[in-house]
Design a protein around this ligand. Structure first.
Ligand SMILES: Cc1cc2nc3c(=O)[nH]c(=O)nc-3n(C[C@H](O)[C@H](O)[C@H](O)COP(=O)(O)O)c2cc1C
Ligand code: SF4
Ligand code: SF4
Length: 272
């Protein structure tokens, strides 16, 4: 990603230079000079320039308007009513809707801009992924529960091992994701690039909120994520060369969510 100044637009106001002086931006003849070795493409300078003079890959920024001011009550309501939806209707999601969901990925905090999004909406391919996930669950089940001493050893570290066993056997041997799952979204990247992997959940959360606002049922799926992480053959078949960091599945909800569960609070402590 290339950060540059459009000298025809720059008014030499010095705002960007003042903010980043002594670090990534120096000054020459009143214009900002970006230090490519220190720039982590955070786009802070782009966002504060009063004249939209700083470009990213040659493209000028858009101005924030009143329209961008989201209603906090609506945002709160969105989080309040959000649920992981795992049962879907047999109804395809139009590509325009999926496009809208994935288009917000670029606004998620993404250090190094190293993340990519892969969208799979081919039902046959989705079924193949599910099949691989079932095989993964079966293998894990065999490893953990096929030999009693291993199970007992695991119990020392994970007291809910019994519940895990039941969960694996419950329906994961038939399907891991719902048969009407319409779209699988993966966030991928290079895990060797610092902070990249840790940025991925925020990108998933951003797309998840967009899906929620559009009335599209969605659920994070570690079972698919772990399958992809461990199954090189499947990754090759899907032409995924990078590392997979997280998976979100989508479909029109077939769950009649009517209530907001209460009674659980995150323990928030104030360090005073
Ligand atoms: C990181 C992560 C991975 C998850 N993986 C799965 C999964 O593999 N299969 C599944 O059915 N649900 C999965 N879920 C969804 C959880 O089951 C769900 O978030 C949890 O039950 C809480 O429900 P809520 O999201 O409606 O509050 C995952 C959730 C998270 C946060
Ligand atoms: S994009 Fe961020 S790191 Fe790069 S020059 Fe601008 S403020 Fe500095
Ligand atoms: S903030 Fe914008 S207009 Fe001001 S000096 Fe920097 S690039 Fe030029």
């Amino acid at each position: 990603m290339m950060i540059a100044v459009d000298k025809d637009t720059c008014t030499k106001c010095g705002v960007c230079i003042q903010m980043m002086k002594g670090y990534c931006i120096a000054e020459q003849d009143g214009f900002p000079v970006f230090d490519a070795t220190l720039c982590n493409t955070c786009q802070k300078c782009v966002s504060i320039c009063p004249s939209q003079a700083i470009t990213v890959n040659g493209i000028h920024s858009d101005r924030i308007s009143e329209m961008h001011q989201a209603d906090p009550e609506q945002i709160y309501s969105l989080f309040e009513k959000r649920r992981s939806i795992k049962h879907y209707k047999k109804q395809p999601i139009p590509r325009e809707v999926v496009t809208k969901i994935v288009s917000v990925a670029k606004y998620a905090p993404n250090q190094n801009k190293n993340l990519s999004v892969l969208v799979i909406d081919d039902m046959q391919r989705i079924a193949e992924i599910d099949k691989a996930a079932i095989a993964f669950v079966k293998t894990m089940h065999r490893v953990l529960f096929g030999f009693k001493p291993v199970e007992l050893l695991c119990r020392l570290f994970y007291k809910d091992i019994g519940a895990l066993k039941k969960k694996m056997e419950h329906n994961s041997f038939q399907r891991v994701i719902n048969e009407n799952t319409q779209v699988i979204i993966m966030v991928t990247g290079n895990k060797k690039v610092p902070v990249t992997e840790r940025s991925a959940p925020y990108m998933l959360a951003t797309m998840m909120c967009m899906a929620e606002s559009l009335g599209i049922g969605n659920c994070l799926m570690d079972s698919i994520y772990l399958t992809l992480r461990t199954n090189r053959k499947l990754r090759k078949k899907l032409k995924i060369q990078e590392d997979v960091f997280g998976v979100l599945v989508l479909g029109y909800s077939n769950e009649n969510v009517k209530n907001i569960p209460r009674g659980y609070e995150v323990n928030v402590r104030w360090n005073v």
